[in-house]
Design a protein around this ligand. Sequence first.
Ligand code: GRG
Length: 299
Amino acid sequence: MTDFDFKKYWQERLEIVNRALNYYLPEDANGPQILVEAMRYTLFAGGKRLRPLLSIIGYELSGGRDLEGELLPVACGIEMIHTFSLIHDDLPAMDNDDFRRGKPTNHRVFGEAIAILAGDALFSHAFYTIVQSRMPPERLVSVLKEITDAIGLDGMLGGQVADVTGENKPPSEEIVEYIHSRKTGKFIRASLKAGGLAAGAPGDVIDLFHRVGDKIGLTFQIVDDILDEIGEKDKLGKSVGKDRESGKQTYVRVYGLQRAKEKARELAESAISEVEDHFGFQKGRPLIDLIKFIVERNY
Ligand code: GRG
C-alpha cells in the first residue's frame, strides 16, 4: 500500500455503491413509477457517498470479508437515509433550497407532495435494504440500534429541530455544539461504527470508531459551515450564503471564520493520529486520507 491512491480507492468503492443502489432500488422497482423516479432522481444526482464509504472503510479495517453480502445493504441503506434527509431539508418548510447535488431540488422537479413522499419512501426502503444483509442477526441488531439512535430523537432529528428553532437567535456555543453533533455528527459516526459492527470488530475498535467518528463528524459540519460562507456554488452543487441569510447557528457565526478553520484542522489531526496509533499508517491509510479530504474539501 506504499503507493496508495485514495482517489482510485474512493472511485472504485463509489462505483460499487452505485451498482448496489441500482440493485436495491432499480428503475422498475414495484410501486408507483413517479415515486421510484423521484427517489432515484436525488439518490443518483451525484452525491460524494462519504457515509457509505465510511462504513466500507470501517468494515475493511475490521477484517470484514463479505462486502457484498454483509455490508453493501447497510452502506446503501445509509445513503438512502442521507438522501431522504437532504430532500426533506430542502423543502420550503425547512431550508427552502432550489439546488442540491448540482440539480434543481426534488420538490422543484416533482412538487412538494411527491418530494415529501419520496423522502419517506427512501427512509422506509433504507431499512428494507439494511435487513437484507447476510450478517449474523445479533450484529444486524447492533447496526440497526446504532443507526436508529443516530438519526432519532437525540440524533439527526433532534439536531434538525435545534437547527430550525435556533434560527435568528443570538449565536450560542451550546446550541451549535448540539446541532453539529446531532444533526450531522452522530450519523457520520454511526456510518463508521456500522462497518465495524457488521464485521464483528472487538470493543476497542468500536470505541476507537466512536471517538474518531465524533471528530470526523464535527470536522465535516464545521467545513460545511465554512463552505457556506466562502465556497463556490458550482463546486458545491448547492446555494451558498444561505446559513447567514437565515440567521443559522453555525460554527463560523459563533467562533469566526479563522477559529472555525483552526478547529476543523485540530480535530482532523487528532482523528488522524488516533487512527495511525491504532492501525499504523499503511493499514489506516484509507481512513486517514478520507479525513484529509473532509477537512480540505471544497465541495
Ligand atoms: C431522521 C426522521 C429523520 C428526520 C430528518 C430533514 C432532517 C430530519 C434532517 C436534516 C439533516 C441534514 C440534511 C443535515 C445536513 C447534513 C449535510 C451537511 C449534508 C451534506 O452532506 P454531503 O456533503 O452531501 O455529504 P452529498 O450530496 O455529497 O451526499
